[in-house]
Design a protein around this ligand. Structure first.
Ligand SMILES: [Zn+2]
Length: 317
């Protein structure tokens, strides 16, 4: 046993991929599920236990085969999902820009008051999506809208509440910037979002024009895409030093997130996702996250690694 080598999976920049850290978090998550008497705990324990990689000619390795539990809060699966989402999003945005070269991107963050508990969070998540669907149908928005991608993010707060909000990349016609009949200021967006939410208070809205060139102080398309495609809930929110709190957050989120989706595409971006035949990251393939098709590897090109509970690492077999 002791002579077995530790897995080294590096990307094509030579950076090691965080398998060990993610697996340790996955086991901690499975432990919490088991304490909370969730039946799926057993399944989650087995997530990515055995990994098969292929060696690539440039010396890097690429995951070839494994089994993922696909549980909503699994830190391993979420890491794979975020890679898959950002890869897909980059392809879609590049293609959108090709099809509509004069189109521009706007990055919106739409928030509302925190949800007070699990039941409230479940209701608010549904209301948030409905309000967003209303927002994009308002004439002032729809007039110049070509497409969008939106994602839901939730952060667990220390006082037990949840901050649920939307990150949205809007793809708009260039005309959006021409004249007061088209352009929407931060105040305009806030008013529209308040109307869509039917809230008595002014919700916090952040709007930024995404730069496609090097203008300073504005977010780049890449960083906005990454912000949109990242985790729905950061695992750090339920991997704190406080076990009781972690269990409460996991229990709340398991129930509130059941049946929801993290990411939604609309308009041109949705059509492009279909044209490019990209599958769904929520339930799709988490092995080949970049979607690149490679020929079947030969036996000699395969590397097999198994999780070792004693040494708390992946060992090469
Ligand atoms: Zn998993």
């Amino acid at each position: 046993m002791a002579d077995k080598k530790i897995l080294q999976d590096k990307n094509n920049y030579g950076k090691p991929r965080p398998w060990r850290q993610k697996k340790l978090e996955n086991l901690r998550y499975a432990e919490y599920l088991s304490i909370l008497l969730y039946k799926k705990a057993h399944k989650v324990y087995g997530c990515a236990d055995v990994l098969r990689f292929r060696k690539l000619p440039d010396g890097s390795t690429k995951l070839y085969q494994t089994w993922f539990c696909k549980s909503r809060l699994c830190p391993l699966c979420n890491w794979r999902r975020s890679m898959k989402n950002s890869g897909q999003l980059k392809k879609i945005l590049t293609e959108a820009h090709k099809q509509q070269p004069t189109g521009r991107f706007i990055f919106l963050t739409l928030t509302e008051r925190n949800a007070i508990d699990c039941v409230d969070l479940k209701l608010r998540l549904r209301a948030l999506t409905q309000a967003f669907n209303k927002l994009i149908r308002y004439k002032k928005v729809a007039r110049n809208l070509l497409g969008y991608v939106r994602s839901t993010e939730i952060t667990a707060k220390d006082n037990g509440t949840y901050h649920q909000h939307l990150h949205v990349l809007l793809f708009v016609k260039n005309a959006y910037f021409k004249g007061s009949g088209n352009y929407l200021s931060q105040a305009n967006w806030t008013d529209l979002w308040q109307k869509a939410l039917r809230s008595s208070y002014k919700p916090i809205v952040n709007v930024e024009v995404v730069r496609t060139n090097k203008s300073k102080g504005k977010p780049s398309l890449l960083s906005s895409a990454q912000e949109t495609a990242k985790y729905q809930v950061k695992s750090a929110d339920y991997m704190t030093d406080d076990d009781n709190r972690n269990q409460q957050v996991i229990d709340d989120l398991e129930q509130a997130l059941a049946g929801t989706r993290q990411i939604g595409y609309g308009g041109l971006l949705k059509r492009i996702k279909r044209q490019l035949k990209l599958d769904d990251a929520d339930n799709g393939d988490l092995v080949n996250v970049d979607g690149e098709e490679l020929p079947e590897p030969t036996e000699a090109e395969l590397i097999v690694a198994k999780w070792d509970q004693q040494r708390k690492n992946y060992l090469i077999w």
